[in-house]
Each structure stands twice: as structure tokens, then as C-alpha cells.
Design a protein around this ligand. Structure first.
Ligand SMILES: [Zn+2]
Length: 453
């Protein structure tokens, strides 16, 4: 199914969830997609269209958004499913030194296709594989050919485990390569770029000044700035320097104190959290979810490490919801309030919130708010149809998605008006060919690593 951008697609009779302000029980109506945008949302739309999808018994929701993923690691799918503590750091990141740009291309492409298959239409790819300009270009080319909407994060941090190409060893060379990426993406549809900050240490003026400069660069480029927020005190130090705001995204945020979470909420800074990866490795508590929600923090979700398992945000939304419930239950019982009861702000997380965390908040986190993440006339047509017919529909639409839907129920996925999956099958993707290219790339990388000791 190849269509020009001016084509029309009618989605007939779906139940909508994710219209602005409507995140629970949605209305049933028709949605007309014209080119890359949503043209009309009405009870009954008559006419002749290029393609009609009968969506009776299906839920139409905004495409899901992954706001923190290292897609170059997709080649190592599932390799870290039994990772514990810091195992990951010695195992997966060192691979990058043995990957050619072609290996990176196939890894990013395969991961992006898996995301589309699972209803993720936008991704922030934190590309800490940028060890040569060609590796950066390979990420861009892979995202572009996969046809996913993406924000490509250029990593300014020089990583210890990585063998850099001589052209990117100096800090100034990475800064100019970042500028090069920004000018390249400006002509690539569906792709934008972001700045991933060098590591900074609270109390170290030199690294803090560098962080401030990099945040300024992101602002000048009208881009989001991301940093791995792994230490207590980072938010406080950024606040003291007046660097917090909606342009900044803290990744993880597990060690943020209540005072810091309040600073995050009041400044509109974003936190992206990674439930599967965090729970699996046992490294960090997730209490900032309920503490943060009660203080007004807006979270979004990411898979982080493809080496852990299935890419997609449906499971992350469910985990976010369940973790919130688990934490509130533990807190209530430890305070002796048994049996647990509802009270002001408890439980903190409900299905409608979890759904927004995986869609509209995600879009805002990566700088695409107002364009994707909601269903509205004039908005980009990044949409997902969930089939409820085989086993029935929950009374609350958000609750159906969070607790009843699985990846197998994703019938149709559309990005910028293009149907990428329909009747549960990817459109325009040769999975057999992809599998062959994946295994030969994986073989190449493993051999390189083994022979290099
Ligand atoms: Zn990460």
C-alpha cells in the first residue's frame, strides 16, 4: 500500500480516546485523515476516500511515545533480560566500539520497526553510539527509512568504554558534529534532533558551566536537552543556576528528593522513567513515581535498553500504573491503614493518567506537544487502533488500554497519515530480509569483539 501524501483515509466508527481533555470513556465517531493530518472528526462522514478502515469495535488512540531509548542496542535484543545491578555497563555499551555504521543502521532500523509494530509512533533515540560522523548518519538514515517520527539525541558526553574516531575525540569536534546533525535533520521529514548533555557533577563548577552552555545551545537550536539524572543533588544544582524548565528532560530521576521533585514540577521540567529496565536490574527504587505525581510532576516513559526485552510502551504504561498502586499500598500498610482505603491523592495513579504518560506527556517531553500525542483536527495523524472485538471492551476506554490490551490487539498503526500496520501486519517491511540482515550484523559485531579481546 503506497500512497501519496494527499490521500484520504477514513477510520469509520472507532471509539476515540485522547481527544484533548478526554482520557477516559471516549465517543464513537469517524475520523478522516487527509494527507499527514487529521482533517475531520465527526459522527458520520460520507464521501469517497482512498482507503476506508472499518474500526467498529476498536479503540482509536494517539500513537504511543517512547521518550528514552538507545536504539543502537536493538541488535542485542533480550541479551540482558537477566541483568542484575550494574551488569549492563560491562556488557552492552562496550559493543559500540566493534560496530560499523552499517551495523548501527540495521540495529536502529530493526528497533524502529519493532516500535511501529507495537504502536509506538514517536521515539527519542538517545544515540550514545555517536563515535564517528558516519555512525551518527547511520542512525539518521535508519530512522528515516523506518518511517517512524523521531527525535535523534546527539550525545555530547565522551564515554569511557567507547573507541572514538579521531575526528570526534575532542569536545569541540563533537560540538561541531552536533551542529552538522541539526542542519542535516532540518531537511528530513519526521526527524528532529536534541542535545544530550555531557555528564555534570553537582559542586564541580567546571562541569556545571559546561551543562549551562549545552542547555543554551539546545535553546538556541529550539531543541530539547536530555541528561541521565542518576544522582541526588543534580536537580537542586540546576535549579540554583536557573536551568530547569520544559526544555529540559531528566532521565530516570529515581534519587530526586521531594524538594527536587517540587522544583521539577514547578518549572515544568520533564522526567522520563523506565519501569521495565529499573525493576529488572534491581538498581533503584521507583518511589519518585507516587511522590512525584502527588507533587505535580509530569512523567513520560521509555524502554531505555532494547537488550532487556520487547520494545513498546503498552507494557510500560501498565507497569507505571501498577508500580504506583504497589507503592501506595505499601505506604498505606506500613502506616497501619489496613484495609487500605482511598484518600486525598491515594492512589496517585489511575488509568487515564498512565495513558497520558505514554502518549501526550511523551510528545510534550520530546518537544512534539501540540503536534502529536492527542487526537485533534489539524493534528498529525499518528494513530493506533486497538481491537477489542475478540474478548470484549472494558467500560472505561483508558482502563481497557492499560489493563486489557496486549501487543497482539494492535490492529493498525499510522504515522503522519501513512498506514504502517494494518490488520495486524506491518506494511512495506520485508521481515525475512530484516531477520537475515540482523543476524549477519550481530555475527559481525560478536566476531569483532571476540577477536579484539
Ligand atoms: Zn539511558
Amino acid at each position: 500500500m503506497t500512497r501519496s501524501v494527499e490521500d484520504t483515509v477514513l477510520i469509520r466508527g472507532a471509539r476515540l480516546v485522547g481527544e484533548p481533555g478526554s482520557w477516559t470513556q471516549g465517543r464513537v465517531c469517524d475520523v478522516l485523515v487527509v494527507g499527514s493530518k487529521i482533517g475531520r472528526i465527526e459522527g458520520d462522514i460520507e464521501g469517497t476516500f482512498d482507503f476506508v478502515i472499518n474500526a467498529d469495535g476498536m479503540i482509536l488512540m494517539p500513537g504511543m511515545v517512547d521518550t528514552h531509548l538507545h536504539l543502537w542496542e536493538s541488535l542485542f535484543r533480550g541479551e540482558m533480560a537477566d541483568s542484575w545491578g550494574n551488569d549492563y555497563f560491562g556488557s552492552i555499551p562496550p559493543y559500540i566500539s566493534y560496530m560499523s555504521p552499517e551495523d548501527v543502521y540495521i540495529s536502529v532500523y530493526a528497533g524502529a520497526i519493532e516500535l511501529l509494530q507495537n504502536g509506538v509512533t514517536s521515539v527519542m533515540d538517545y544515540a550514545h553510539c555517536a563515535r564517528s560522523p558516519e555512525h551518527v548518519d547511520a542512525v539518521l538514515a535508519a530512522l528515516d527509512s523506518a518511517g517512524i517520527r523521531a527525535v535523534l539525541g546527539y550525545d555530547l558526553h565522551k564515554r569511557e568504554h567507547t573507541r572514538y574516531d579521531p575526528r570526534l575525540i575532542s569536545y569541540s569536534s563533537r560540538l561541531s558534529d552536533l551542529e552538522r546533525l541539526f542542519s542535516r535533520v532540518s531537511s528530513v521529514p519526521l526527524i528532529s534532533a536534541a542535545v544530550c548533555l555531557s555528564e555534570f557533577v553537582p559542586g564541580d563548577p567546571e562541569s556545571m558551566t559546561r551543562a549551562a552552555t549545552e542547555i543554551d545551545i539546545a535553546r538556541r537550536l529550539n531543541a530539547q536537552a536530555f541528561f541521565h539524572n542518576n544522582y541526588h543533588g543534580e536537580i537542586t544544582e540546576l535549579a540554583l543556576r536557573n536551568l530547569l524548565g520544559p526544555h529540559l528532560v531528566a532521565v530516570h530521576g529515581n534519587y530526586d528528593s521531594d524538594v527536587e521533585l517540587k522544583l521539577v514540577a514547578d518549572s515544568g521540567t520533564w522526567i522520563t522513567t523506565q519501569p521495565t529496565t529499573e525493576m529488572m536490574s534491581g538498581r533503584r527504587s521507583m518511589t519518585m513515581i507516587t511522590r512525584g505525581v502527588r507533587l505535580g510532576v509530569k512523567f513520560s516513559l521509555g524502554m531505555d535498553v532494547p537488550a532487556v526485552g520487547k520494545l513498546g510502551i503498552l507494557n510500560e504504561m501498565r507497569s507505571f500504573y501498577l508500580l504506583g498502586r504497589l507503592q501506595d499500598g505499601i505506604a498505606e500498610r506500613s502506616e497501619g491503614r489496613v484495609p487500605v482505603r482511598r484518600s486525598e491523592g491515594v492512589p496517585a495513579v489511575n488509568p487515564a493518567m498512565a495513558l497520558q504518560v505514554g502518549t501526550s506527556y511523551g510528545a510534550e517531553t520530546i518537544g512534539l506537544g501540540g503536534s502529536v500525542g492527542e487526537i485533534r483536527v489539524g493534528g498529525d495523524a499518528d494513530l493506533v487502533l486497538i481491537d477489542t472485538r475478540p474478548f470484549g471492551e472494558a467500560p472505561d476506554t483508558a482502563a481497557h488500554i492499560i489493563m486489557c490490551a496486549g501487543y497482539d490487539d494492535i490492529d493498525t498503526v499510522m504515522v503522519a497519515g501513512k498506514v504502517r500496520k494494518h490488520e495486524r501486519k506491518l506494511v512495506g517491511v520485508d521481515l525475512q530480509d530484516l531477520a537475515a540482515r540482523r543476524s549477519s550484523a550481530l555475527k559481525h559485531v560478536r566476531e569483532q569483539r571476540e577477536t579484539s579481546g
